[in-house]
Write a new protein. Sequence first.
Lengths: 558, 420, 172
Amino acid sequence: MFQNTKCECGHQNHVGTVLCEYCGKPLNDAEDANEPLEMRYDGVARKSQKANPSLIDKVWNFFSSVKIAVYLIITTLLGATLGTIFPQESTFINGDPSTYYEKTYGTIGKIYYTLGLSHTYTSWWFVTLLVMIGTSLVICSLDRVLPLYRALSKQQIRKHMRFLTRQKVVYQQEIALTGSAEEWVAQAVKPLRRRHYRVHTDGSALLAEKYRFSRWGPYINHIGLIIFLLAVLARGIPGWYMDQYIAFPEGEVKRIPDTNYYLKNEKFTVKYYKDSELPKEMQGENRLIAELYETNAVLYECVEQCDDPSKKPVLKEVTRHNIEVNKPLDYNGFMAYQTDYDPTLRLRSVKPEFRNKETGEVYGEFQLEMRDSALSYDVGPYHLELKEKYLDFGLNEEGQPVTKSQEPNAPAFLFLITGPDLAKEGELYFYFPLQIDKERFDQEALNAKLSGDFAKKFEIKVNGMKNVGLSTTSFLTIRVDSAMPFIWVGAAISMLGLVMGFYWNHRRIWLRFDGKQLTLGGHTNKNWYGMRSDVANLLKQMNIEVDAKSLDNGGENR
Amino acid sequence: MKSLLDFSGDAFLAAFFLYCLAFVFYVIAISGKMWKKSDPAAHLKRWKVISFTTSTLGTIAQITYFFTRWIGGGHIPTSNMYEFMSFLSMMIMVAFTIVYLIYRTAVLGVFAVPVAIIVMAYASVFPQEVQPLIPALNSIWLKIHVTTAATGEAFFAVGFAAGLMYLLRTVDFASKTKKAVRAQRWVEITLLSVLIIIGFIASVFTFRAMGYEAVFKQTIVTVDSQQQESSKIEEVKYKLPAIVAPYDSETVKFDSFLGMSKPLFEAPSWMNGANAGRKLNTVVWAVISGLILYGLLRLIVRKSLGAAIHPAMDGIDPEDLDEISYRAIAIGFPLFTLGALIFAMIWAQIAWSRFWGWDPKEVWALITWLFYSAYLHLRLSRGWQGTKSSWLAVIGFLVVMFTLVGVNLVIAGLHSYAGV
Amino acid sequence: MKNSRRIVQIVILLGVFILGGYAIGSAVFKSDDKPGRGSEPPAFSLVGLDGKVHKLDEYTGKGLVINFWGSWCEPCVKEMPLLEKTWKAMKDKNVEIIGVNVGEDELTVKNFVGQFGVDFPILLDKDKLATKKYAIGPMPTTYFVNSKGKITDIYVGMLDEDTLEERLKQLN
């Protein structure tokens, strides 16, 4: 279709232009049209509006359409709701998703899982939608911001009459001028400046403009969103992202997989609310509500012998921090968060003494760790050799001693003891640190069988609770996320754009005299109410009383 | 300290009654001119001052409640449903006051104030005692996140009120064309859903006054990390007559109600979240009492509620309403973005180690945000004005309410406060 | 002017296409870090009962059976004789069988090995690092890796003669 884009003022406009880029006259203007003009992007052609679109243009045009953008937003919105129907796979640590949904929710659950909705937010279609939104953000913005920038940076002061009368805020009146029109215009500058307008005059024509920067708000917002999305994508860069959930029993130094860091939970404390601190309705129910829990953590870095598992790594302390919920450890972006805890006390170590039962003489004590137990101990003149160890003692079907789990629920130790007055090859002695196990497995009878009289004379025994080491377990989330700074920068830019775009509005007032006739047009991108009151105020200052509402030329509110 | 909390409670009550009074005054202000002999303009002017003063006093009373409770409780009162909802109602009043000061339209009070009243009454349904703070909630970002988000949502509420007013003003209730009938029906459904919330509040308070209680023992089966099933028996207390019993439960105690002495149904097995049966029962009650209320009102006015309200809106410029609705949303949107998304992300990053985890509440905040961005794009770039835009403002606030209430009721997640 | 605009368009579309493709691609082919059939087994470096460090590399070119076990796990203990027997039979057939003990002390493992007469190589994963990499849940879990270094199967539970036989066939 042929379209004449040359304006009567002689300016040659781009295809798709609505208002002459130079004088503002509506192109393709019907004489009787009076409704307010389409002022979007100041009537200039968007980048995508071209005469003969090629394939690339067509793709470009697709993504540059706001209509498509809105469709994408709505589709994403609807898609996102699907993922909230049932819990997502990522939220449960235990359990097999393939059976969980059917087991819990029946047939609907099975369908939900089969459709892949159990991981909606990482599904190909959802990610595709997000990518398309990102694309639309880039192209929509580029398509509009450049022409808009051009239009706003070369504005004419004297606009075409039809441009003024077809604004949404219009005032046209014969003025009883006391001086020249130029003087009237010069007087109008002051009240406008007081309202923060930048005023340009051209003889008897005037252009007042304020807060143009608010026009860039949406684009700055979009740039922020793009940075945000790119930052999320950047997590795929090797080494940028790590997420682990690790149990740290008190007192153990544990290596963080895939790093050179070791972390030790020196002490874990949990403080519960006292019964009297709870609301009345909760009192007396023995409720344990944690007020605070923290892990006194020490972070080590391995400096030598790190990758040789046969050697003990050399560790260097790099930092220590009391990790609380909301107060993570942060060492150069290596983060450790308090996530959970297991208050169950587990046996960590005992410090028993080796003594003579008959005389009561104590030969000495020794530190016996449940994990990584040392293999030999010297106690006074005696030497103890650890021969066997069972953390959770039990007997299998064949009656052989076995351990039933990895937890020190019922630890048992078999020592070979040598020393003065003992048989040369030594004496075997079974030791159960926990009193309950001693009785359950009948330690005395067992030892009597193993070494006869020895066990009647000697014993290994813990003297008091102070020699028993118990520990709880703290669960920490270990995280590295190098994209975070970019995420925050993106969010901040986006927010800046929103504030610029929504809390300020770009307002322009044009006026011109034709003889004694004043014609005034006003335009804003938002908040017509404020626009009208600005114009009414200006006219009032110039001794013209008008009702702000009467300035409205009808049409759409934006 | 206790006395300060008592005083705080009094201020809350005072605010509630002042709001109710202000609502009546706003109604007088706009409708008085129809039956008063005196000069309508003077009447409007006088009553505008009276009603705005009353609602402002109410807002001040509620702000007093807020700060005294903060001091008395030792932490900012936004950590449970009661505190959050009353904060939201306070912010709705603040947002209303701001918008009122810009536009000075009394009619906005007729709709915005009741929204605040309903939210406030809804808050009172929840246990009011100051509860101990769990460690995750003990963060400065909680205060910032919740308060900013609620402020944004409060502006959406004002946008909703103005949007609904626009519809009541412009929908042609006399017309029988297909389009008009459809609009009438949807206005009616919107009003009905507001009544369902009122019905819910009313039924909770009625049965609370009656001291109603039913107790069930429910067997809850959980699967632990070793794939071992273990079951434990939990006691579930109902404060509303149990139409729906918890899944797999036994009645322990059941106060009879209107001859009903045992539950009529049992909740389906997949509703096995915390107190799912009780929540379902609550929803059933809300719908029933909402329908009863609606039926009663229909009996009184003898026409659809929309048609009954419509004449009161005569003489109000619909364009003003459209502009107010849009303006409120435009003010609320950046606040909502900041509070419900950005601050929420900062807090989540500190507390849970990830800024975004697709938790249902997070997703619904995002959905709300996407919805309002669609609204803004449609309005700014595609010229959706007036009716279309008002519908979006109404639906948008329903999405907000679902995010705040529905998610807690229906979907359990990290954010779920204790429910009724 | 017109040309440069076209170039900008193409560059942007291309950039979007590549980044978007990457994003979608990583969603579709997401390796949730768990090794699966057809993938390469994660590298490890563990001390054996022989006191030497063993790495995955030293088994390249051979069929490899990696059995994760613990002395407290009854089915693990029960399948030990079968693994021992198979190891002896397959030693010269380019198939290696190794056992990875999950988290126990050397003493416990040594005693166990002595008690049950296990001769095939046992590696110790005291820190459970390899266990984590191999995403071991219930035990025993046995990985089968063919001579090309690809996982052919992951078997969770106790192996019997037939199931083992069948899987060994796929290794070469």
